[in-house]
Write a protein that binds this ligand. Structure first.
Ligand code: PGA
Length: 258
């Protein structure tokens, strides 16, 4: 497991204007002076990517990611954006299979095609998996297993390590009504399970990809997840819109990366 951590900020459909997006980005970049080891990725809405790319080139410490991608290369796909378009813009990462997109009807097959298209274009897919509820019969393990098997079907063994897998239990995500706190133990158990599924599917010789955690990560719980959750990074939603708190998370990650 790499000692250096990765922090991914998922801005979702925020903020409302490009001006606010630029301000938030600049506020984050201003405060990361001295951060050497932590990999930082910001995933703003598509529309802001181009403007923020210029700002990110100046600091070189923050990479940009998209929150979605379409799987075809080109054609009459009104409203869609291809992986090669993102790559051409200098984007490195792309979130695929976020629970909010699955809720809108995205299937395992769609996600599988998005992962393959992203890998072919040289992007790093951040594949989100996670159960809606935890039941006493532990069927959530089967659900995550099915998600992984569907989404990674036919992906070449040697490309598996290029993917980042984000375990995001939906019941712990901040926007889920009455969400509950996941514990580092919940996270560690699932991280081990994900590794087992990958080895079962792709063989013992594969290089295990990075596994990260997402679900109401904040400046108070991040240390515990990174120390005891069996993960190499975090995917931060709500708190990534607060430059001060996001910076605190980065500092904690940096201290653990030393
Ligand atoms: P949250 O979002 O940190 O606000 O819970 C995480 C996510 O949905 O990716």
């Amino acid at each position: 497991m790499s000692k250096n951590k990765i922090i991914i900020g998922n801005w979702k459909m925020n903020p409302s204007t490009q001006k606010e997006a630029e301000k938030l980005f600049v506020d984050i970049t201003k405060s990361i002076f001295g951060v050497q080891k932590t990999e930082i990725v910001i995933c703003p809405p598509f529309l802001y990517l181009e403007k923020l790319r210029s700002a990110s080139r100046r600091t070189k410490k923050i990479s940009l990611g998209a929150q979605n991608v379409f799987y075809e290369e080109a054609g009459p796909y009104t409203g869609e954006i291809s992986a090669s378009m993102l790559e051409d813009l200098g984007i490195k990462y792309v979130i695929v299979g976020h629970s909010k997109r699955r809720e809108l009807g995205e299937t395992g097959l769609d996600i599988n095609k998005k992962i393959k298209a992203s890998l072919s274009a040289g992007l790093v897919p951040i594949l989100c998996v996670g159960e809606t509820v935890r039941d006493e019969s532990h069927s959530y393990f089967n659900l995550v297993k099915t998600q992984l098997e569907e989404c990674l079907d036919g992906v070449k063994k040697d490309l598996i390590s290029k993917i980042i897998i984000a375990y995001e239990p939906i019941w712990a995500i901040s926007s889920t009504p009455n969400h509950k706190d996941a514990t580092p133990a919940d996270c560690e158990e699932m991280s081990l399970f994900i590794k087992k599924i990958l080895v079962d599917k792709f063989g013992v010789k594969i290089k295990i990809p990075r596994i990260i955690y997402g679900g109401d990560v904040n400046e108070k719980n991040v240390q515990d997840f990174l120390k005891d959750g069996g993960v190499e990074g975090v995917l931060v939603g709500r708190v990534s819109l607060d430059a001060v708190k996001f910076m605190e998370i980065i500092k904690i990650c940096e201290a653990l990366s030393q």
